[in-house]
Design a protein around this ligand. Structure first.
Ligand code: TYD
Length: 202
């Protein structure tokens, strides 16, 4: 079976993951590569339920919240990620299970157990972890998106999320400072991806 590559974008809210994912996708397509862009929470039924929770997180316990993200991810892996990898695509996902370990970890779940419950999910070939001081991320959400940070994005909680992201020891993680211009950040991202492509010989 032909196998593609899985690249996850991770980081706290406001780091510019979605923008950089689109720019990278266009760059890789320009090289003639097959690229699939996707995101979590998904647009499927579980993802929609999660998005509905954004405004009032108190409705569910951290454990129930974790179950919802796991359901959403199972469906995402089965219906999108696995098939795309089997077709040899480069899959770019905006968030993956590191977000669950960090966000639901910050909410009280054990991050090690969160990782352990992802034996169904393929390990990414590369995790681009965009880093940014939390206050800067929150400011960007307010000023650039014109949004009020949602329940997942409250500053104190995000400090815990950032600390967990910083603690993950996985060798697939490359940390990239997002506290620079868009062009500089994108250039670091492309360099990390190029290194992966060379390493994989593709
Ligand atoms: P986000 O990437 O900000 O979605 P969008 O930009 O489309 O609004 O993700 C929404 C929120 O969901 C974000 O604050 C982090 C949270 N989240 C978790 O808590 N756990 C997870 O496993 C995932 C994937 C996201």
């Amino acid at each position: 079976m032909q196998s593609g590559l899985l690249i996850a974008f991770e980081g706290i809210d406001g780091t510019g993951k979605s923008t950089h994912l689109s720019l990278l996708a266009a760059f890789l397509r320009g090289q003639g590569r097959k690229v699939v862009e996707t995101r979590e929470p998904t647009d499927g039924p579980h993802g929609q339920r999660i998005r509905a929770l954004f405004r009032n997180r108190k409705q569910v316990s951290p454990e129930q919240e974790l179950e919802l993200f796991l359901l959403d991810r199972r469906q995402h892996v089965a219906e999108c990620i696995h098939p795309a990898l089997a077709q040899g695509a480069i899959v770019l996902t905006d968030r993956y299970y590191f977000s669950t370990a960090a966000y639901q970890g910050a909410a009280g779940c054990d991050p090690a157990q969160v990782f352990a419950r992802h034996d169904f999910a393929p390990e990414p070939d590369l995790v681009l972890l965009l880093t940014l001081p939390v206050a800067e991320g929150v400011l960007r959400i307010r000023t650039q998106r014109g949004e009020t940070p949602n329940d997942f994005e409250q500053q104190e909680q995000l400090e815990k999320v950032a600390a967990l992201f910083a603690s993950f020891p996985h060798s697939c993680i490359v940390r990239i400072s997002a506290a620079r211009s868009l062009a500089e950040v994108q250039s670091s991202i492309r360099a990390a991806v190029q290194k992966l492509l060379v390493r994989k010989g593709v």
